[in-house]
Design a binder for this molecule. Structure first.
Ligand code: ATP
Ligand code: MG
Length: 387
């Protein structure tokens, strides 16, 4: 029996002139994923993307798992394809559904006729197919209100399709429709989640990581690369710009008052990230900041760090509780890597009593002995780009 994936993308966001663009982007993402799983034909009709295997070798399980991670899709049904006749539909239901009914007490059939040339209405179809399926399975009752299992039949323009409950899709908007932004990616729990959340809003994500060898180890860097790789399962390809931060951190340690260390360091991070971002066509920065979580995440501190940047800084986690951030990290598969115990450059030279309510004037004064421009220029000379 021939199977196909029916990927639905909902109607709400499709209104207006952007619809075509949205659909093109989504089709492109699915095609890119499909290439990794064999020979598939990906096409669209009636607000649905069809993913059709072209030979036996095409890996439907792998393709289904990947389709569940494509942003913009709200559900994916793995369905049997059949001809648009009652005979063919009923034969397919009888052959395709029985194993799913095993152990169930009740079922219903929900048929939808979107090809209005088909002679039976949706209700007539549901009743007819439900009746025949019940005859073939005397132990399972029809229950239209609270069934244990629902059989779906869709009579569409191209063919008819039979399937069980659909898998939930990743939701959000297709990657690319929201522009491109650069995430400041640390080895922590928050920033990979922040990258994921912006990718979910259709943003193409690039990354920058600051590392301070020998204060932070190669293992800490590898961990960040691994986190980026995990995020790309959702976001598509990503380049991680690795910036050596040692000289800047040492200069701060040697020339600035301790209570401002973290703030000054973060201002350098932001400014360097912005320059790389602009060079790479990114229109915004993304951070994993969360209001009140640490001393450098107060409103005053954010004002001071944000002052060096003139593009938007997206902080999708700013108002969330840590436990909710952790549950997203677990769901997207980054948590186990994030909690590996390697140091981050933020934890090197941490002040004992960081300033939580700084003013911009104080911080500018605290960093005045530094030659900011020269330090930034040298850091930008040796950026390692890892794809
Ligand atoms: P995370 O869990 O993402 O590390 P955090 O709670 O540890 O966040 P901070 O250490 O204050 O918070 O960092 C705030 C944000 O600054 C991070 O979410 C990340 O976006 C950015 N950041 C921190 N350290 C680095 C780094 N070494 N390289 C790049 N970005 C960083
Ligand atoms: Mg951190």
């Amino acid at each position: 029996m021939k199977e196909i994936l029916l990927c639905k993308y909902g109607e709400i966001i499709l209104k207006g002139a952007n619809r075509r663009y949205f659909e093109d982007m989504l089709e492109r993402q699915l095609k890119r994923k499909a290439r990794a799983h064999g020979n598939f034909n990906v096409y669209r009709a009636q607000s649905t993307l069809y993913v059709e295997p072209l030979d036996e070798a095409a890996d439907m399980d792998g393709m289904l798992a990947d389709a569940c991670r494509v942003f913009g899709i709200i559900s994916i049904a793995r369905a049997a394809v059949c001809e648009k006749s009652m005979e063919s539909i009923c034969a397919t239901v009888k052959q395709y559904i029985p194993s799913a009914l095993a152990g169930k007490r009740s079922f219903k059939v929900e048929a939808k006729r979107s090809d209005k040339r088909f002679p039976l209405t949706s209700i007539q179809l549901s009743q007819e197919i439900g009746g025949r399926l019940a005859e073939a399975h005397p132990g399972v009752e029809v229950d239209v209100h609270h069934p244990d299992y629902t059989v779906y039949v869709e009579v569409r323009d191209l063919s008819a399709y039979v399937h069980g409950p659909a898998e939930p899709g990743a939701g959000g908007l297709p990657t690319g429709v929201g522009g491109r932004a650069m995430v400041l990616l640390s080895g922590g729990i928050d920033s990979p989640v922040a990258a994921y959340m912006m990718a979910k809003r259709g943003v193409e994500v690039e990354a920058v990581h600051f590392f301070s060898y020998p204060y932070t180890s190669q293992l800490a860097k590898d961990k960040v690369i691994e986190l980026a790789r995990l995020v790309t399962k959702y976001s598509g390809r990503m380049t991680v710009n690795v910036v050596s931060f040692t000289e800047i951190q040492e200069a701060i340690r040697d020339n600035c008052p301790e209570e401002f260390f973290t703030l000054i360091m973060r201002r350098f991070m932001m400014e360097i990230a912005q320059r790389i971002a602009k060079g790479d066509g990114c229109g915004a920065l993304i951070t994993g900041e969360n209001l009140g979580q640490v001393a450098s995440q107060t409103m005053e501190a954010m004002t001071v760090t944000g002052a060096v940047v003139d593009i938007p800084i997206f902080m999708p986690l700013v108002g969330m509780d840590k436990k909710d951030i952790i549950s997203i990290a677990r769901e997207i598969g980054t948590l186990d890597t994030s909690i590996l115990p390697y140091e981050d450059c933020c934890t090197v030279f941490t002040p004992k009593h960081p300033k939580t309510k700084p003013t911009l004037g104080q911080v500018e004064n605290a960093e005045k002995k530094l030659d900011r421009e020269a330090l930034i220029a040298r850091a930008l000379e040796n950026v390692e780009k890892i794809k």
